[in-house]
Design a protein around this ligand. Structure first.
Ligand SMILES: *Cc1c(COP(=O)(O)O)cnc(C)c1O
Length: 408
């Protein structure tokens, strides 16, 4: 008899986005003339930039010729891309990362989901609340938790509330934790962590022999000068942190697929008896066993992001989204809302008026303004009373959405 991994049965049904879709579809059916504007999705809307498109065309042509076609590439990614990452993303910030510490993949969702496999099942996992659900669900599947309570919190996971009081950067946990997921700039709150705030976490990880998993998917959206783009800007972070980056939001690659993880060679985990084990060779072994490389086409496309033309074109697209975010922030503040984020991240975290529940405010926005957001409660218990708005949309639609929200 084939039995199932019962940990999968602990997972709460993928509730948030299906429920949003259900409510929007029901409203649209009753109100066929309503022009609904969606600011709920975390997906890009602008096309790929010309430098990327040209590189992809060239790569396709190479694949069409016996002399230049590429079969399996290195599992860790092509040297040309790993070198471009080091030379453009890290070296200019004074951050030491070697090319062989970079593992190219087809997405940060997979990387942030897979990384926990290397660590024992009895490690204690700490996540921010609200949180990107991938970090939690993959640990549930692996058996690191008990069941979920009625607020959706799994037994055994340490949830670290991110609130207005702590500027959406969690305080150190009151109990010992081993594996810490941090995401800055943050999805969903749009908050960033300062050097000082990250230093506290790096010191904690060193003192407690913990590992930080740092998701930097939105680093390219940072507009303020003093905000760290990489956790490795903090001294000592190489000893305790893995960093994830993705071309998905940076360069509009959500449909192309290319990302990377940095696993420094000094990073250690421990055996039960306290013997140190290098993490880098474990991840290399795991990556090479279970992954056969991102496609040559997507890696050639990603490398084009680092050319002079590519960099400039990508910068302009990010500016378009961040102009949206600025417009949204101003419009919402003028209309009397309390709003966070939108300065160094393409997300705004809106406090619901009069302490309304997230879903009630979602319904009010949908019914009265025909604007769709994402209820904060869907990202965790501490997200109750908030709504996430995404700046990924066309400027004229964003402007119209804000005019409607001001009249709400
Ligand atoms: C969008 C996003 C990613 C990127 O995922 P990909 O699989 O690379 O597309 C990673 N982390 C967070 C928090 C995100 O919102």
């Amino acid at each position: 008899m084939i039995t199932v991994n019962e940990n999968f049965l602990k997972l709460r049904a993928g509730y948030l986005f299906p429920e949003i879709a259900r409510r929007v579809a029901a409203f649209a059916a009753e109100n066929p003339d309503a022009r609904i504007i969606k600011l709920g999705i975390g997906d890009v809307t602008e096309p790929l930039v010309p430098a990327v498109i040209e590189a992809m065309h060239r790569a396709v042509d190479e694949m069409a010729q016996a002399e230049t076609m590429r079969g399996y590439g290195p599992e860790q990614g092509y040297e040309f891309l790993r070198r471009a990452v080091v030379e453009n993303d890290y070296r200019p910030r004074g951050v030491q990362v070697e090319t062989d510490e970079i593992f190219i993949s087809d997405g940060s969702k997979c990387d942030t989901g897979n990384i926990q496999e290397m660590f024992a099942v009895d490690n204690v996992v700490a996540v921010a609340d609200p949180v990107y659900p991938v970090y939690v669900d993959t640990n549930v599947m692996a058996g690191r938790t008990g069941r979920a309570d009625d607020r959706g919190r799994y037994e055994g996971i340490v949830y670290m509330p991110c609130t207005e009081d702590n500027q959406f950067v969690p305080a150190l946990p009151g109990e010992p934790v081993d594996l810490i997921y941090l995401c800055y700039p943050n999805n969903p709150t749009g908050a960033v962590a300062s050097h000082d705030q990250l230093r506290v976490w790096v010191e904690y990880a060193k003192a407690n022999r913990a590992i930080i998993l740092f998701d930097a998917a939105y680093e390219a959206f940072i507009t303020e000068p003093d905000v760290p783009h990489s956790i490795y800007e903090v001294p000592g972070a190489r000893e305790v942190a893995v960093e994830f980056r993705s071309f998905s939001k940076t360069a509009g690659f959500t449909g192309v697929r290319c990302a990377l993880a940095v696993v420094p060679k000094g990073l250690k985990a421990w055996r039960k008896d306290g013997t140190a084990v290098d993490v880098h060779p474990l991840w290399s072994r795991r990556h090479c066993t279970k992954f056969n490389g991102a496609s040559y086409l997507s890696q050639a496309a990603a490398a084009a992001v680092y050319t002079d033309a590519g960099r400039e074109q990508v910068r302009r697209v990010i500016e378009l989204y961040m102009d949206n975010a600025r417009m949204m922030r101003q419009a919402l503040q003028q209309a009397g809302y309390t709003v966070y984020g939108g300065v160094n991240a393409p997300y705004l975290w809106l406090r619901t008026p009069d302490g309304m529940a997230s879903w009630d405010f979602f319904d009010r926005m949908l019914r009265r303004a025909h604007v769709v957001g994402t209820p904060g409660a869907g990202f965790g218990a501490a997200g109750e009373g908030y709504l996430r708005l995404s700046a990924f949309n066309h400027p004229e639609r964003v402007r119209e959405a804000m005019e409607r929200m001001a009249r709400l």
